[in-house]
Design a binder for this molecule. Structure first.
Ligand SMILES: Cc1ncc(COP(=O)(O)O)c(C=O)c1O
Length: 423
């Protein structure tokens, strides 16, 4: 997009923007990026690239805001749908029956695993997780919710209570009934899931915890355990959904149908925020007595529903999913070479499709890598709950030359980290 006089981007200098942001939005974030040595303010954005507000600096977006930009920045097909949508629709009234929400929900019912047939829409992922927990508690009449230590489900009320301790610590008492256990440990889960358990809640691949791949049978065993105990299984597919892993849903790799599945981030197409809590038909009973018991004014805004529909159309295309798998293979073979070259810091690649985590040897490696990657033209952010790991989440639309270029830049960044460490 050309910067014109009427543009909304680059109307201020970078310095002025940083100053205003520090004074009116977050002095902490400005301080953080300064101390991290990352001098970047996104301005223009296009396909796989983010451009600095000032000058020519350009980075390949390998963070993608956890999947928001799966289809790249400002995907023209998605934008066109929103433009068309704006000609006829607005946010709508969530109290009323809606053609757009009905259409989108029926498509989700068709595309989600098994018999997940109902959807309640939200705006953010945390809100959608909150609702998943409410549905589980409402349906089972039980309180206990078990999730993973180091997991992340958002910063809203119940999602916060289910997430890692460090997000909750400063904010006083939380909703009771939450218990965290080590991820991927079926023995511990066997001990804690009981007749008071409403639900277990897991990210299919915990992202903030460092792209941890579960054992192939973990979710299957967890499913059996839930069935035995009458607890529900909630899967957080906010990051793993919509093709990131090479299948439409990450959980498909594990042959399990959850009772409730939460979708966020990428459903927006990077353009219009919308999230979905999808659940089995039997759970809809929770809303029978009072269908207005859960309300989200902007949830499933009608103008955004066609955008999400378009995202689903693109992401569920078998050719698109094959492409993700092919690009994943480029990275898996590329990392074998990198491992031979950088054995002193690179442990390996945690990977399912284009859901990738670069595992390194020490906690200080992630932050150093993030800076070195930035200096080499890549936005790759380390995993907050395991800083040995840098997340590598490129847009799913990358082609082979760009995948190879990313590998070269990762190589240069690893060399940069080694140099700093004097290795
Ligand atoms: C796995 C997972 N679940 C839930 C959320 C919360 O989503 P939101 O930030 O839209 O509330 C996130 C956000 O990063 C996430 O990564």
């Amino acid at each position: 997009m050309e910067t014109t006089q009427s543009s909304l981007v680059a109307t201020r200098s970078k310095e002025e923007t940083v100053d205003l942001f520090a004074r009116y939005v977050s002095s902490g974030k400005v301080g953080f990026f300064k101390s991290a040595g990352i001098d970047f303010v996104p301005g223009k954005r296009e396909e796989t690239y983010l451009f600095d507000l000032a000058g020519e600096k350009r980075v390949i977006d390998c963070h993608c805001n956890g999947g928001v930009f799966n289809l790249g920045h400002r995907n023209p097909d998605v934008i066109n749908v929103l433009i068309q949508s704006l000609q006829e629709l607005d946010i709508g009234n969530h109290h009323l029956i809606s053609e757009q929400r009905a259409t989108l929900a029926s498509e989700l019912a068709r595309l989600t695993p098994g018999d997940l047939s109902y959807t309640v829409f939200g705006v953010g992922g945390g809100e959608a997780i909150d609702l998943a927990i409410k549905v589980a508690r409402g349906y089972t009449g039980r309180d206990k919710v078990i999730s993973a230590r180091g997991g992340y489900h958002g910063h809203t009320g119940l999602a916060l209570a289910a997430g890692d301790e460090k997000y909750r610590a400063p904010f006083g008492s939380m909703a009771p009934g939450f218990l965290q256990v080590p991820f991927n440990d079926i023995n511990v889960l066997e001990r804690v899931v009981d007749d008071d358990t409403a639900a277990i809640l897991f990210e299919t691949i915990p992202a903030t915890y460092g792209i941890v791949l579960p054992d192939q049978d973990f979710f299957l065993k967890a499913r059996e355990l839930c069935d035995r105990r009458g607890a529900l299984m909630i899967m957080d597919e906010v990051q793993t959904g919509l093709g990131r892993t090479g299948r439409l849903w990450g959980i498909e790799h594990y042959n399990v149908v959850p009772d409730i599945m939460v979708i966020g981030k990428g459903l927006s197409g990077g353009i219009y925020p919308i999230t979905a809590t999808c659940f089995k038909e039997k759970l809809e009973v929770v809303f029978h007595k009072d269908p207005f018991i859960h309300i989200s004014t902007f949830g499933g805004a009608e103008v955004g529903c066609p955008v999400a529909l378009k995202v689903l159309g693109i992401s569920s295309n078998p050719a698109f999913l094959s492409h993700v798998q092919e690009m994943g293979a480029v990275f898996s073979s590329g990392f074998k070479g990198l491992q031979e070259k950088h054995p002193e810091i690179l442990v390996g690649l945690r990977q399912l499709g284009l859901m990738m985590g670069i595992e390194m040897t020490h906690d200080y490696c992630g932050p150093l890598f993030t800076k070195a990657a930035y200096e080499n033209g890549l936005l790759s952010v380390y995993a907050y709950n395991d800083p040995r790991v840098a997340q590598l989440l490129p847009p799913l639309i990358i082609d082979r030359p760009l995948a190879e270029e990313i590998l070269e830049r990762v190589d240069m960044a690893l060399t940069g980290v080694s140099k700093i460490l004097g290795q």
